[in-house]
Write a protein that binds this ligand. Structure first.
Ligand SMILES: Cc1ncc(COP(=O)(O)O)c(C=O)c1O
Length: 413
């Protein structure tokens, strides 16, 4: 049943999908989300993986409110504003391997921008024929036309006429396939786009794959783009998941937790090779968005970084990871519905026996038992906020266990 008078079609939902009023969220604070029927749920997915420091985080809210009261809107187009300058400096202080920041408004638009940058780099370095890019099967880079061409999940790219002539997809962690692609087309490839940990199913790129990527980059001089929209902001432990690699990517894309979910924003970080080439060419980058780099979004970014430092986010992420591992190990041993689990940091996928990848019935049962978790291929995904305490984790796992039992018995009846 659609809520009375609803004319809304939420993202990626079926146009005819029924939405009982109890599914409409009306408020959120800390780790709790409240629905229009008065029920509340513990958020085990940190919003859409973006509310790293709890809903309505006071520090971030204060910063956004102050920026709105002091400045409202100031552009970051041909000229800049002090909020954007401060947020960019704070990001580079956190990521000193990078030289400059460009703000955008979503993960997808930032991937579009990165696609432009890698081709502009090829142009300025005298290799304009390098217009191809490699991305990974099963990846998610967003749904605008450029990002959609990179996204390795099949979501109707052909129907929408998404131009994939310049994109080749490779199997994650298949180093031989990656090497073969470069053997054949190395002089036409401008960049390789990867998520350090693929969000869907939580697939971490293995060291052997990264080693080959690093060797190929040294030989063919393409750019490596780390899409850290999900993995950035301590999701896997360190601020950037790619900081675990033995080499720095040339571009990092951040979004999701960048504003703790308060404002639409993303940031593209430019490494020295790209930045130097653009500087040497005195380039103008043809990317600008009216709502990018605004005072409230940039105040939120600066506040999120300050909150991360104040809360010792790295330590929190590592402790949470350990606690999640322990609880998932216990759940996998005790609950017959659980087949396996995998993940790191504060991102874990749990494979459920006999659950079709598109079926959300287990998710609904867990929600009925008081917790929101995300769907993953053949299971559920836990993406908790770094604010989780042991008591919160206890509640989360009670809800998951009860929900899975309920789901199993309803599947049997
Ligand atoms: C790794 C990654 N890149 C890009 C995106 C797209 O971000 P947005 O939904 O803000 O366009 C997502 C969204 O989930 C993502 O996980």
């Amino acid at each position: 049943m659609l809520p009375t008078g609803s004319v809304l079609i939420p993202g990626l939902s079926r146009v005819t999908e029924s939405r009982p009023p109890s599914a409409v969220a009306v408020a959120a604070k800390g780790l709790e989300v409240r629905f229009s029927d008065g029920s509340t749920c513990l958020d085990g997915a940190s919003g859409l993986w973006n509310v790293m420091f709890g809903h309505a985080n006071p520090r971030v809210n204060r910063a956004v409110t102050e920026a709105l009261e002091t400045a409202g809107y100031l552009k970051c187009f041909e000229t800049s504003n002090s909020y954007a300058e401060d947020a960019a400096s704070a990001l580079i202080a956190e990521c000193p391997a990078f030289r400059a920041v460009i703000f955008s408004t979503s993960g997808a638009s930032a991937n579009d921008l990165a696609l432009k940058l890698v081709r502009q780099y090829a142009h300025h370095t005298g290799r304009p024929q390098r217009n191809g890019v490699v991305a990974l099967n099963g990846s998610w880079h967003g749904l605008t036309f450029g990002a959609f061409s990179l996204t390795g999940e099949q979501l109707g790219q052909s129907m929408y006429g998404v131009d994939r002539r310049f994109v080749v997809h490779c199997q994650p962690n298949d180093a031989d396939q990656l090497a073969a692609l470069f053997e054949k087309n190395g002089d036409r490839i401008a960049a390789v786009f990867v998520e350090p940990v693929l969000g869907s199913g939580v697939v971490e790129l293995r060291q052997d794959f990264l080693d080959v990527l690093e060797q190929l980059r040294a030989r063919h001089e393409f750019l490596v783009v780390a899409d850290e929209v999900t993995t950035g902001f301590w999701r896997t432990g360190p601020f950037l998941a790619s900081s675990r690699w033995s080499f720095d990517p040339d571009i990092v894309i951040l979004s999701k937790a960048l504003t703790n979910g308060t404002c639409a924003a993303s940031a593209v970080l430019l490494g020295p090779r790209l930045h130097d080439a653009l500087q040497d060419a005195d380039a103008v980058i043809a990317h600008a968005e009216t709502q990018a780099g605004t005072p409230p979004s940039c105040a939120a970014i600066t506040a999120v970084l300050a909150e991360g430092a104040a809360l010792d986010a790295v330590h929190r992420a590592n402790q949470l990871s350990q606690a999640l591992e322990e609880r998932l190990t216990a759940l996998a041993k005790s609950h017959p519905a659980v087949a396996s689990f995998n993940g790191l940091g504060a991102m874990y996928a749990v494979e459920i026996h006999d659950l079709d990848g598109t079926d959300s019935s287990a998710l609904a049962a867990i929600r009925d038992c008081g917790a929101l978790v995300h769907k993953s291929p053949g299971g559920i995904q836990l993406m908790p906020s770094l604010m989780y305490t042991d008591d919160d984790l206890h509640r989360l796992f009670e809800s998951i266990s009860a929900g899975l039992s309920r789901w199993q018995s309803s599947a049997r009846s």
